[in-house]
Design a binder for this molecule. Structure first.
Ligand SMILES: NC(=O)c1ccc[n+]([C@@H]2O[C@H](COP(=O)([O-])OP(=O)(O)OC[C@H]3O[C@@H](n4cnc5c(N)ncnc54)[C@H](OP(=O)(O)O)[C@@H]3O)[C@@H](O)[C@H]2O)c1
Length: 338
């Protein structure tokens, strides 16, 4: 293996800071499966890690990128053979184990998922952690009894990666979706994804949240946290389900027990990082099946590896929309995807 390009995060003055370097195979982390990385993606977490805006990286130095897809180069695990198309997200990838922003990655076999039939490496990264998390949230909400006829589902942080993909998947499943966004200029985009109602965040009075407000939502996918999550709790219908995913608007939660004990509202915590098998592969199969996003080209933009550093600030400042796929080594030298 020739020396290869990587975008590594080092600790500088107590904060993470990313830069391009050249690595060799001996510097890769331990693992059974060596992957030639075709694509990676940019999640909110990746942007916080690379800019040092959040304490995300647990081991320095660390190649960034919590998501990757590509082709097996070599494997000491019999489940994988050279040329197999694979993907990997979460666990320690990109935060405590060299991640997807490098032409090669070496991972424990238990973190590697065979690419579902019919899904390309590019599509896998358009979905990435964001889509996997949306799928996990929907699966858990369904297990908790959510059905399209129960009432509308609301999605916060709607123009973000998780938000956009949640809207796409929920509307495909037949749910009526309301989107909450801080970007009123993106109303048409959210409608194209299938949302029937768009609520500007500025239209909500988050300073005066009653313990129980008008009961509207059967389900809520929350990427924002803070006061918005408190407002959601107070406006859920009887038996409603909230999937708490993110903290883009704050980590605190000031609410009352009223929605939970008087309306039977459920607050489900969603952690996409530590989902083991068989659930991880089952969700990826659903992402290639009934949950397959139908507006991925609308949601996704592609950037060259060299342009990666230029996209992080937009995510941190909430100026970004949808998903960003990073072309690492692309499809060259790759076997055909299944
Ligand atoms: N629990 C898990 O396993 C898991 C997995 C993936 C992501 N997450 C979390 O989920 C959240 C969304 O992730 P993502 O990758 O979709 O991020 P993203 O693409 O950056 O989207 C975040 C969206 O949140 C909204 N937002 C940003 N700053 C805000 C603020 N100060 N107040 C209110 N809303 C704000 C914006 O949407 P609008 O402008 O449309 O409102 C923004 O586009 C993040 O907090 C991320 O850390 C958690």
């Amino acid at each position: 293996m020739q020396p290869f390009k990587a975008y590594r995060i080092d600790e500088v003055d107590g904060k993470g800071r990313g830069a391009f370097i050249v690595m060799d195979e001996a510097q890769l982390d331990p693992g059974e499966v060596t992957i030639r990385v075709a694509y990676s993606s940019v999640n909110y977490k990746d942007a916080l890690a690379a800019t040092g805006a959040g304490r995300i990286v647990r081991r320095y130095p660390c190649v960034g990128g919590v998501d990757l897809s590509g082709y097996v180069e070599k494997s000491a695990d019999p489940r994988f053979s050279p040329g197999d198309a694979v993907l990997a997200t979460s666990f320690d990838i990109g935060v405590a184990h060299h991640g997807g922003y490098a032409e090669y990655a070496r991972l424990p076999a238990g973190w590697v998922v065979p690419l579902p039939k019919g899904m390309s490496p590019l599509e896998a990264m358009a979905i990435g952690t964001a889509g996997f998390t949306a799928a996990l949230a929907i699966a858990r909400m369904e297990l908790n009894g959510l059905r399209p006829d129960a009432g509308p589902v609301i999605v916060t942080g709607a123009t973000g990666g998780v938000g956009s993909l949640s809207i796409d998947m929920l509307t495909k499943l037949g749910y009526q979706v309301t989107a909450i966004t801080g970007k009123e200029s993106e109303t048409d985009y959210l409608k194209r994804l299938g949302a029937t109602e768009i609520l500007p965040r500025s239209s909500l009075d988050l300073a005066n949240i009653r313990p129980l407000g008008k009961a509207i939502w059967a389900g809520a996918v929350d990427n924002v946290g803070g006061q918005l999550l408190a407002w959601l709790a107070s406006t859920m219908k009887n038996g409603g389900t909230i999937a708490s995913i993110g903290l883009a608007g704050g980590a605190s939660l000031n609410t009352t027990v009223m929605p939970f004990i008087l309306r039977g509202v459920s607050l489900l915590g969603i952690d996409s990082v530590n989902v083991g098998e068989p659930l991880r592969s089952q969700l990826w199969q659903r992402l290639a099946g009934d949950l397959r996003p139908s507006r991925l080209s609308e949601i996704t933009r592609r950037v060259a590896f060299a342009d990666l550093p230029g996209v992080f600030d937009d995510l941190v400042q909430a100026r970004s929309r949808g998903r960003i796929v990073v072309e690492i080594a692309g499809e060259r030298n790759g076997a055909s995807s299944n």
